[in-house]
Design a protein around this ligand. Sequence first.
Ligand SMILES: C[S@@+](CC[C@H](N)C(=O)[O-])C[C@H]1O[C@@H](n2cnc3c(N)ncnc32)[C@H](O)[C@@H]1O
Length: 255
Amino acid sequence: MSLVATDWNADTYHRVSGPQVTWSAEVLDRLRLRGDETVLDAGCGSGRVTRLLLDRLPAGRVIAVDASPDMVARARVELADEPVDVRQADLAMLRLKPGEQVDGVFSNATFHWVLDHDALFASLAGAVRPGGRLSAQCGGAGNVAAVHVAALDAATDLGVAERFVGWPAPWNFAGPDVTEERLCAAGFDEVCCWLQAWPLTPDEPRDFLQTVVLRPHLDRLEAADRERFLDAVMAHLGERPVLDYVRLNIVARRP
Ligand SMILES: C[S@@+](CC[C@H](N)C(=O)[O-])C[C@H]1O[C@@H](n2cnc3c(N)ncnc32)[C@H](O)[C@@H]1O
């Protein structure tokens, strides 16, 4: 049995990431771009949302960073003709090139996948120039709690619940207060974080759950159990489930 975390499926993600596109609009608004800046897209995924960032930078450029080889490969194809430098790196250990700093940092639906937020925010503080802004959104406290319960119920139904006993959570759904403290400690000011309930039904719920929300759960299971696990989760949630998303919004400035 393999318990090694699998890579993202970038092609499926690109197709099912309508919710991420929806979430990104307000996050991009809060960056208040002139249009000629260099912006870091922290966790660019397949590049679908990066394109929306580029739409706001007619005279600017983007440094797009992601840890996933499949996402980076897809983003490079997707953004081949754009002023984008796609790099593979772990955001918690990000070091830009010597002398390089960005004017702003944008991040959508990524920070909760990075477990060490102190290291993440220290990296980002080092990447942005003084006066530069950070605008981000990720899963926050309480995010998809009901989906996680349905997943554990499904595992119990299938007799594989022991796979999740003592499971170290693969995400960091942080609250606003602790996140503000961490951002200040990393050297940001004008920090403001808040939660936003955002229940939604994806267009292709099963593929969305498989590719995004339940990716870590599926990694815990034998390959032979994965399809029936997904079926069981769908049975608990219903055919057109309303997923209980809670977003953590983040704005900050580097003094
Ligand atoms: C849900 S996707 C969001 C992608 C894109 N921002 C969007 O809105 O469509 C989360 C992304 O975070 C990336 N990611 C997770 N942990 C990371 C890390 N430590 N460093 C860099 N990227 C990471 C994943 O590879 C994945 O592409």
